[in-house]
Ligand binder design. Structure first.
Ligand code: GDP
Ligand code: MG
Length: 156
């Protein structure tokens, strides 16, 4: 779950080791829900859902994409709320968080794109979100993925 362009599909690919999810520089390129299986821990496979993300628009295609994203979150056992460590917290992140708080599903905050950043500074930007479970990752550099996987498996 997250706004467009934070790296949801890149993380999906890192966890499913596939190129199934479209990764694109243009925000909002994944329109539908995309299912994959994470087998990084072969004994404990789980289904992962990539979403198109929430762009703060409720009309037209972007609105349909947001509804698909929320439907995916509603059926999930665990939500990974992905934010962009480079850009920091945005109004749209606040909006998505408000929706997530209404849903009664355990959620981890995943701060992505920490490559080349000071991790603690990147995390501090999101401290006010008050998450107990916070993971700092770089999906493109595959940093922090082992810890994310371990925490995810512990929670499922
Ligand atoms: P989505 O819209 O949330 O699915 O985002 P994408 O996975 O399509 O990624 C959006 C852009 O961010 C692409 O240009 C990715 O290459 C880039 N990106 C994704 N993860 C990382 C990361 O960990 N570090 C950096 N530097 N770029 C990333
Ligand atoms: Mg995507």
């Amino acid at each position: 779950m997250g706004r467009p362009n934070v790296g949801k599909s890149t993380l999906f690919n890192a966890l499913t080791r596939s190129r199934d999810a479209l990764v694109h520089d243009e925000p909002g390129v994944t329109r539908d829900r995309n299912y994959g299986v994470c087998r990084l821990e072969p004994e404990r496979p789980f289904v992962l859902v990539d979403t198109g993300g929430i762009a703060g628009v409720e009309e037209g295609l972007a609105g349909a994409t947001a509804r698909q994203s929320r439907a995916a979150a509603e059926e999930a056992d665990l939500i990974l709320f992905i934010v962009d460590g480079r850009e920091g917290a945005s109004a749209l992140d606040d909006e998505i968080l408000a929706w997530l708080r209404k849903a009664d599903t355990q959620t981890f905050l995943v701060v992505n794109k920490i490559d080349g950043l000071d991790t603690q500074t990147a995390l501090n930007e999101f401290a006010r979100y008050g998450f107990k479970q916070v993971l700092a990752v770089s999906s493109s550099h595959k940093t922090g993925i082992d810890e994310l996987l371990a925490q995810t498996l512990a929670a499922l």
